[in-house]
Design a protein around this ligand. Structure first.
Ligand SMILES: [Ca+2]
Ligand SMILES: [Ca+2]
Length: 155
């Protein structure tokens, strides 16, 4: 009679540790601050399948993440403090200096358009690497001139 409860407790302990391990693994995979300001996966760091800009090169805490096929950044989006998850006031448009392309499958071209958005004046290509972080600085021509990012050869 004494052993049965003990075995049961041990099973519960093992089960609890297994669940704790699974939660820890998930937290390692998707670590970060949950924030509505992140329009990619909703977590502040640059994670798998996101396209991420940094305001600075080398990257700073001011970044903006986009889900791979999502909004291209033209408009009113601002950089987010990845430590707090709070959006700042600096617009992504024409203010980015590096990119981390963790898109699901595609290389990405960041472009600078003419004033009416009909002609690409300059561009820079960023190769795809979903499984690892690799920030690449913008060329001096593209630095602070980003108008959009185009995926999968649709440019
Ligand atoms: Ca993110
Ligand atoms: Ca521009």
């Amino acid at each position: 009679m004494h052993r049965a409860p003990r075995r049961g407790s041990r099973k519960r302990l093992v089960a609890t540790l297994t669940i704790a391990g699974a939660i820890a693994a998930v937290q390692v995979s998707f670590a970060g601050v949950a924030t509505a300001a992140d329009i990619g996966d909703g977590l502040s760091p640059c994670n798998k399948y996101e396209l991420c800009y940094s305001k600075d090169n080398p990257k700073s805490q001011w970044q903006k993440d986009y889900w791979d096929s999502g909004d291209d950044g033209v408009g009113s989006q601002t950089f987010v403090d990845v430590n707090s998850g709070i959006a700042g006031s600096t617009k992504v448009l024409n203010n980015a200096s590096s990119m981390n392309n963790r898109d699901s499958e595609c290389d990405v071209k960041v472009v600078d358009y003419n004033s009416d958005g009909t002609v690409i004046l300059a561009s820079q290509d960023f190769s795809n690497h979903p499984d690892a972080n690799s920030w690449v600085g913008f060329t001096s021509r593209m630095n602070d001139h980003n108008d959009a990012h185009l995926r999968c050869g649709h440019y």
